[in-house]
Design a protein around this ligand. Structure first.
Ligand code: PRP
Ligand code: URA
Length: 208
C-alpha cells in the first residue's frame, strides 16, 4: 500500500513552524496534536457508518455515526503521546493502548520496554501514532507486537517520514496503510530525518 501524504498548503505552513528550532515547547506540542488530528481525519475517510434515528428541533431524520468502540489509539512512547490529544478530539471514546519502544542510539534498533493494550484489541481498528518514521525500526516492531496479539486492521499515522522508513514498513507490513503529513529527503548518519525537526520526544517533553 502506498503511503497517503497530506498535500495541503496549511500542512506546509504548520510543518515549517514545527521544524524551526526556535519554536517553543508549547507551540510544538500544539502543532503535533493538531497535525495528528488532521492525519486521523484522513485515516477515517473510509470509516464504516451505521444509521441512527435522531430528532432535530424541526423533525425526525436518519443520521449516520461511526461505532467509537471499534477503534483504539496506540501511541508509541514517548513521542506518540503528543498526538493523543488531537486524535481523541475526533473519537473521544476510543480506547488507548501504549507501546514503549526506544531506539538504541548506536544500533538504531528498537528496544521494547512496555506494552499495555485494551481488551478485545483483535476486534478493533488500531490507529498507531508516532510523529517520526525514520529507519522504520520502531514502527515495524510496534506493528509486529500488535499483530502477535491478533490485531488485523492497523493504520499508522506519522507526521514526518523518511523514504527509508516508508520502504521498510511497506516491505515488512504491506497490509498497513501509512498516513503521513510530509515525506522528507533522507536519514543522516545518526539515523535522524533530514531536514526533519530533531528529536520529537525531546521537543514535546522539553527534555533537552
Ligand atoms: C523516536 C520516534 C520514533 C523513533 C523513530 O523515538 O518517536 O519512535 O524514534 O525512529 P526509527 O524509525 O528509526 O525507529 P525515540 O526512540 O527517540 O524515543 P522517544 O520517543 O522516547 O524519544
Ligand atoms: N526520531 C526522532 O525523534 N527524530 C528523528 O529525526 C529520527 C528519529
Amino acid at each position: 500500500m502506498k503511503e497517503i501524504v497530506l498535500n495541503h498548503p496549511m500542512i506546509e505552513h504548520k510543518i515549517s513552524i514545527l521544524r524551526d528550532e526556535k519554536t517553543s515547547t508549547k507551540e510544538f506540542r500544539e502543532l503535533i496534536s493538531e497535525i495528528g488530528m488532521i492525519l486521523c481525519l484522513e485515516a477515517l475517510k473510509d470509516a464504516p457508518l451505521h444509521e441512527v434515528k435522531i430528532k432535530t428541533p424541526i423533525t425526525e431524520t436518519i443520521g449516520k455515526q461511526i461505532d467509537e468502540n471499534d477503534y483504539a489509539f496506540v501511541p508509541i512512547l514517548r513521542a506518540g503521546m503528543g498526538m493523543v490529544d488531537g486524535v481523541l478530539r475526533l473519537i473521544p471514546n476510543a480506547k488507548i493502548g501504549h507501546i514503549g519502544l526506544y531506539r538504541n542510539e548506536e544500533t538504531l534498533e528498537p528496544v521494547e520496554y512496555f506494552c499495555k493494550l485494551p481488551k478485545n484489541i483483535e476486534k478493533k481498528t488500531i490507529i498507531l501514532l508516532d510523529p517520526m518514521l525514520a529507519t522504520g525500526g520502531s514502527g515495524a516492531a510496534a506493528i509486529t507486537m500488535l499483530k502477535k496479539r491478533g490485531v488485523k486492521n492497523i493504520k499508522f499515522l506519522s507526521i514526518i517520514s523518511a523514504p527509508e522508513g516508508l520502504k521498510r514498513i511497506h516491505e515488512e507490513h504491506p497490509d498497513v496503510q501509512v498516513y503521513t503529513a510530509y515525506v522528507d529527503e533522507k536519514l543522516n548518519e545518526n539515523g535522524y530525518i533530514v531536514p526533519g525537526l530533531g528529536d520529537a520526544g525531546d521537543r514535546i517533553f522539553g527534555t533537552k
